[in-house]
Every structure is written in C-alpha cells, then in structure tokens.
Write a protein that binds this ligand. Structure first.
Ligand SMILES: Cc1cc2nc3c(=O)[nH]c(=O)nc-3n(C[C@H](O)[C@H](O)[C@H](O)COP(=O)(O)O)c2cc1C
Length: 119
C-alpha cells in the first residue's frame, strides 16, 4: 500500500506513475498493512501537519518515506519533510523528488516497494 499526502497535485501525479494500490491521508485513517509514505514538504522543510498526525497513529507499519519538494527553497530545506520523517520514525528516505520527479525516480520507488514493502 502507498499512503500519500498531496496539496497541489505533484505527489498525486507521482503516485499515478506507480503500479501500486494507494490511499490519500485523511483524518483518522488507520492502516492494517505495511505501507510506503509519500509526502510533500511544507513550511521551511517541515512535515505537513496531517502527515504527522497520521504517523503518530500508524508509525509501526511505515516501511519508508518518499518526499517531494522544490529545490528552489534551497539545499538546507529541500525535501526536509523526508529527512525529518526518516530521522524521527527510523525509516529509510527512499527518494527525494524535485516537484514531480523523473522516470528514474518512479522506477527506484517501484523497486523499493516490491522488495522492501511487499517483499
Ligand atoms: C507554503 C509552501 C511551503 C513549501 N516549503 C517547502 C520547503 O521548505 N522545502 C521544499 O523542498 N519544498 C517546499 N515546498 C514545495 C512543495 O513541497 C512541492 O511543490 C511539492 O511538490 C508539493 O507537492 P503537492 O503538489 O503534492 O502538494 C513548499 C510549498 C508551499 C506551497
């Protein structure tokens, strides 16, 4: 399962490139199977509030995180949500994508999913 948060559509577009069942984060969502999290970055390198709320209830089943950011924000905060999630919840940061990313990113995510989330 892929669980994702998208505000302006970039992460939704990334998810659409993957051959994996997916669900968007909504208030109170509770997962019962392992999942890969894909999120955007908010503030100045921050985790979106709804993603933190979701993780607090579902952290045990999170197998990794993929983050989308905008490199124009600067190296220090580019994709910062992914760094923070990886450090806080002790999961691998699988990939950091600039906006919608590229084909190579989708292939790397798909491979990680098949080997480390389902595998
Ligand atoms: C208010 C705001 C703050 C943002 N802050 C950051 C940031 O600190 N670092 C970063 O890499 N991207 C930042 N972004 C860019 C988004 O994370 C990026 O555009 C992402 O692709 C959005 O995904 P979405 O279209 O699925 O919502 C910010 C965007 C907005 C609107």
């Amino acid at each position: 399962m892929i669980v994702y948060a998208s505000r302006t559509g970039n992460v939704r577009n990334i998810v659409s490139k993957l051959k994996v069942e997916s669900i968007e984060i909504s208030e109170g969502l509770l997962l019962s199977e392992p999942y890969l999290l894909i999120t955007y970055t908010d503030g100045l390198g921050d985790i979106p509030v709804k993603v933190t709320r979701f993780l607090e209830e579902n952290k045990e089943l999170c197998k990794g995180v993929v983050v989308s950011g905008n490199s124009n924000f600067g190296h220090a905060v580019f994709g910062g949500a992914g760094e923070k999630i990886a450090a806080t919840y002790h999961v691998p940061l699988v990939r950091k994508l600039d906006l919608r990313g590229y084909q190579a990113d989708y292939e790397a995510i798909q491979t990680f999913y098949e080997t480390r989330v389902m595998g």
